[in-house]
Design a protein around this ligand. Structure first.
Ligand SMILES: [Zn+2]
Length: 321
């Protein structure tokens, strides 16, 4: 096997460069990356979010090439993204709040925007043949969407979803698959049309001023989203926060107090739950992939990911479907 590979690094500003092939330690698997998705976190990392300088990419699917466990070799896999010495299971739940954790392609661990990557064997999740590499690389954001919905109280009132981007599209699909009524407040016409096509109800600005919701998910990625959520919240409503806003911003906290609102942050979810939804056909994800680029064209891929109409852009380092 070669000793170098192509990879995108944050230091090279998203350009593809030649780097050393990652060295596998005992208990780790070397994975050939077949698909890796670009998400908002990757775009933020390129702009300097956190001081991570390595290889980005945490939404991936690939094939195990080397492993201490011979049964794993040749398996089609993805993995959870939070690695910690205290890892209890592959869903990453125990690892994600460990202050000493590494996060794939985000914090202290090189990610999947490369020909190969190394991950702990305990973090691997085997993909059934019915799930393509493209779908496999969508499981991580889908799991985050499931986790956001799971944090809402149960009820028969509509869910207000604020936002129409990558994550909002997945959240809407999961909620609709569960039989929820989803009202969406967003700004991009094409993205709103795609939400409508899968059964979400589009809220006009006028309507949104009058309706109060008990269950709200804020996934707009913009500071104004939280204020919209607060303004549309019924007393004692629950608001799930999915947007990570780097900068400080003002929001109407007095309304939160007066209306006794619950604000709940939400991060990564259970990849096995995401896999089940896709494998059972309850949630379709591959139609959200608007472009696939070879690794050498990573900069074009990043550019495509910033075009508002595009939902998910993926990179195929070995040109697999
Ligand atoms: Zn992501």
């Amino acid at each position: 096997m070669l000793s170098t590979m192509l990879a995108v690094t944050i230091l090279s500003k998203g350009k593809t460069t030649t780097v050393t092939l990652p060295a596998r330690k005992a208990g780790q698997a070397l994975v050939r990356v077949e698909r890796v998705g670009i998400c908002s976190t990757d775009l933020a990392l390129l702009k300097g979010y956190t001081d991570f300088k390595g290889i980005p990419g945490h939404e991936f699917a690939g094939v195990v090439i080397e492993s201490s466990d011979h049964k794993l070799i040749g398996k089609r896999v993805t993995s959870s993204i939070n690695f910690s010495a205290n890892q209890e299971n592959s869903s990453g739940h125990s690892a994600k709040h460990d202050p000493d954790r590494s996060a794939l392609g985000i914090r202290g661990w090189d990610g999947a925007m490369a020909e190969y990557l190394v991950v702990p064997e305990s973090a691997l999740i085997e993909l059934p043949d019915s799930i393509s590499f493209a779908e496999g690389a969508m499981l991580e954001p889908l799991a985050a969407g499931i986790h956001a919905i799971d944090a809402l109280p149960e009820g028969d009132t509509p869910i207000l979803l604020i936002g129409d981007g990558r994550l909002a599209q997945l959240i809407a699909r999961v909620a609709l698959a569960r039989g929820e009524t989803v009202h969406v407040s967003g700004s991009n016409r094409e993205k709103m049309d795609r939400l409508k096509a899968v059964g979400a109800q589009i809220l006009s600005l006028k309507e949104s001023h009058h309706v109060r919701y008990h269950r709200i998910i804020e996934a707009s990625g913009s500071p104004s989203g939280l204020n919209s959520a607060i303004n549309n919240a019924a007393p004692k409503a629950t608001i799930i926060l999915k947007s990570t806003i780097e900068s400080d911003f003002a929001c109407d906290m007095s309304t939160v107090v007066v209306n006794e609102l619950k604000l709940i942050g939400s991060r990564c979810g259970d990849l096995n739950a995401a896999m089940e939804l896709v494998a059972s056909g309850k949630v379709e994800v591959d139609d959200l992939i608007d472009g696939v680029y070879p690794l050498r064209d990573a900069q074009q891929a990043f550019h495509a990911a910033t075009i508002p109409e595009n939902i998910k852009i993926q990179i195929a380092p070995h040109n697999a479907i």
